[in-house]
Design a protein around this ligand. Sequence first.
Ligand code: GSH
Length: 242
Amino acid sequence: MITLYGFGQGFGLPEISPFVTKTEVQLKMAGLAYRKQRAMPPASPKGQLPYIDDDGQSTADSTFIRAHIERKYGFDFDAGLDRPARAQAWAFERMIESHVYWALVGARWVDPDNFAKGPAHFFDGAPEDRREKLREDAQFRVAENYLLSGLGRHAPDDDVELAVRSLLALSVQLGDKPYLMGEKPCGTDATAFGALAGILTPFFESPLRQRAEQFANLTAYVDRLMLQYYPEFAWAPLQQAA
Ligand SMILES: N[C@@H](CCC(=O)N[C@@H](CS)C(=O)NCC(=O)O)C(=O)O
């Protein structure tokens, strides 16, 4: 049995972390049974979530987990795609994880209002005399990573402009297809869904979310994949809200 370690529900999402969402959707795509357990990043062999335990074998990092599933269970997430299409899917994945993701981090962690209503609550259970310091330290550390990612150097507005270029690329790639690479979901759909749902969740107000909402095919895509992979989750369709 596979155990997936993640943050769990929150922020109007079935899973707080885009990377954990990616892995969870890929487990569902592969039709593998799993149980999910809450954890915090220091518990992971690589200090980040997600990680999995598969019959005593620990694998950390969403891409290595995907490789583990492909190797151990013989499931090809990109079945039906030729080599150029696989390369294209990988390039989109890297764009999402190395670029779009950081815009999401900026909106959640650096924006003071969003931080206060969201990530600050990770520390609610900490001893009262240390709680505020832990919050400040964590926000500082994430803001520093955001800066080092490159995108944070352009905050507060130009970072959104750059991220929107990537959202436009995703929107153009999706077009009026059901999935990014065609009629069937591929591995990168899990990545795109995790990041887009994380940006579009109504829980956080942000210029990034407002701009993302302008891409009607991306909002419809998130609604569709939410229903497909998390049918039990109470998600108010974005298309209705628009
Ligand atoms: N490359 C990793 C990235 C995972 C990642 O960034 N996870 C975040 C949550 S979304 C995390 O655990 N951050 C805690 C930290 O970096 O200290 C993957 O693909 O799994």
